[in-house]
Design a protein around this ligand. Structure first.
Ligand code: 4NP
Length: 156
């Protein structure tokens, strides 16, 4: 099984969106049985919360099933249990690398680092920008490339 964890700050806007879109791509590729996919936040503000309604709305518009998980905070065990810990922006990635320490078992990268020729490495936070469409477009592109990368690395 390949374990993939998406991480943003609040775990209510971007990382649950990424979790749902990535799950959708995995299902479309017929690889559902090979993956465990989840999301978490570096902050604990929304532990136990459903995803933001902006995230739920844009997923519904695009006929993508809402994520099953509710908000949770990243734990140290996640760096052992997950093969890929995927940050939504530079701040998240820095926080994750600090938490994980010097030799993390997991691959820790930003989602947009998997996109070739991407000018921005960050998915702007729609909690502050209000732009869920922008987040959706960037995350969708990132998820397609992330899945290709994982398939290549794992001969899937
Ligand atoms: P997210 O957005 O990191 O994409 O889930 C946020 C949601 C809530 C907060 C910050 C970011 N907050 O500070 O409550």
């Amino acid at each position: 099984m390949i374990h993939v964890l998406f991480v943003c700050l609040g775990n209510i806007c971007r990382s649950p969106m990424a979790e749902a879109i990535f799950q959708h791509e995995v299902n479309r590729a017929g690889l559902k049985e090979s993956f465990v996919i989840d999301s978490a936040g570096t902050g604990g503000y929304h532990v136990g919360s459903e995803p933001h309604e902006g995230t739920l709305e844009i997923l519904k518009e695009n006929k993508i099933q809402a994520p099953r998980s509710v908000g949770r905070k990243i734990e140290l065990a996640d760096f052992e249990n997950y093969d890929y810990v995927v940050a939504l922006d530079t701040t998240n990635a820095g926080d994750l690398r600090r938490l994980a320490g010097l030799q993390p078992q997991a691959e820790i990268e930003r989602l947009l680092d998997y996109v070739p020729n991407q000018s921005t490495g960050d998915v702007p936070d729609p909690y502050f920008t209000g732009d869920f469409q922008e987040a959706y477009d960037l995350i969708s592109e990132g998820c397609v490339h992330l899945l290709s990368h994982i398939r290549e690395q794992n001969n899937l």
